[in-house]
Design a binder for this molecule. Structure first.
Ligand code: PRT
Ligand code: ZN
Length: 226
C-alpha cells in the first residue's frame, strides 16, 4: 500500500477539453489553489486538496500507482486502460465514482460515405484504425468478428484516406470531423462522459474524510442542477 498522506491529490487534464470544466467543478466544490509557476502542481489553500495537471492519458495510471487519489478523466480513457490492464492479467486498480456533467461524446464506428452499412458482419477481415484498441478489440470479440485493429495515437479520421485502414472507431460529438473526412457514423461502441475516478481500495487515513466530503459536495451540486 502507498504511504499515508494527509493531503488529497486530484489529477486533472492540464490542457484540453476537460481542463476548464474540471477546474470549475472543483472550484464549485469550494476548493482553491495557490498557483505554482510551472503549473504542474497546484497547492490547495482552502482545503488540503492539491491538483496535479497532467495529460488525460496519465490519469488512470497515476491513480493505479497511488500517486493521486482522484482524477477527472473521460470514461473512454479510463475504460480503455482498464480493459488493457485486464487483457494482460492485471487487476482493476481504479473505478469511476461519479459521472460528471461534461465531456459527453460517443465512441463510434465511422465508415466511408460511399459504403452501405449492412451490419457488423461486414467488418470481418477489415482494418479498423482507433486510439481505443482495447475497447474495440473487446467489442469485436463479443460479436465474433475477426478484424485488424490498427492503433493510432492521433489523426485517426484520415486513416481511410491514407489507406492505412478501411474504417475507424473514434470519438464523435458533433459529427463534423467525420463528415469533413468523408466518413459517416454507423455504430456506437460506447457512450462516454467525464468521470471522477478513484481507487478500488478505500483510503484509510485522513484523506478518506476529505474524499467523502468532496463527494458530498459534488452530489449536492449535481442535485441542485436537476
Ligand atoms: O493532451 P491530452 O492527452 O491531455 O489531451 P487529448 O488530446 O488526449 O484529449 P482531448 O482534450 O481532446 O479530450 C479529452 C476527453 O474529452 C476525451 O478523452 C473525451 O472523453 C472527451 N471528448 C468529448 C472528446 C470529444 N468530446 C471529441 N469530440 N475527445 C475528443 N474529441 C475529438 C474526436 O477524437 C474527433 O477528433 O473531436 C473530434 C470529433 O469531434 P466532432 O465534434 O467533430 O464530432
Ligand atoms: Zn490524451
Amino acid at each position: 500500500a502507498a504511504p499515508a498522506r494527509d493531503r488529497l491529490r486530484i489529477a486533472i487534464q492540464k490542457k484540453g477539453r476537460l481542463a476548464d470544466p474540471a477546474r470549475a467543478l472543483l472550484t464549485a466544490c469550494g476548493l482553491s489553489w495557490r498557483e505554482s509557476r510551472d503549473k504542474l502542481f497546484c497547492f490547495g489553500e482552502s482545503l488540503p486538496v492539491d491538483l496535479l495537471l497532467v495529460r488525460d492519458d496519465d490519469i488512470p495510471g497515476l491513480i493505479a500507482d497511488g500517486v493521486c487519489d482522484l482524477g477527472i478523466v473521460g470514461f473512454n480513457e479510463l475504460d480503455e486502460q482498464a480493459k488493457a490492464r485486464r487483457q494482460i492479467g492485471m487487476s482493476d486498480a481504479y473505478q469511476s465514482l461519479r459521472a460528471l456533467p461534461f465531456g459527453d461524446c460517443r465512441l463510434m464506428l465511422g465508415i466511408p460515405e460511399e459504403w452501405e452499412w449492412s451490419g457488423v458482419d461486414m467488418l470481418q477481415g477489415k482494418r479498423i484504425a482507433t486510439s481505443y484498441p482495447a475497447i474495440l478489440t473487446a467489442w469485436l470479440a463479443e460479436r465474433g468478428i475477426k478484424a485488424d485493429v490498427v492503433e493510432l495515437s492521433g489523426s485517426v479520421e484520415i486513416a481511410p484516406k491514407l489507406g492505412t485502414a478501411d474504417l475507424i472507431a473514434d470519438l464523435v460529438s458533433s459529427g463534423a470531423t467525420l463528415r469533413a473526412n468523408q466518413l459517416k457514423p454507423v455504430e456506437i461502441l460506447m457512450e462516454s462522459t467525464a468521470v471522477l475516478a478513484g481507487p478500488v481500495d478505500e483510503l484509510t487515513d485522513s484523506r478518506a474524510g476529505l474524499m467523502a466530503m468532496l463527494l458530498r459536495r459534488l452530489d449536492g451540486i449535481n442535485a441542485s442542477r436537476e
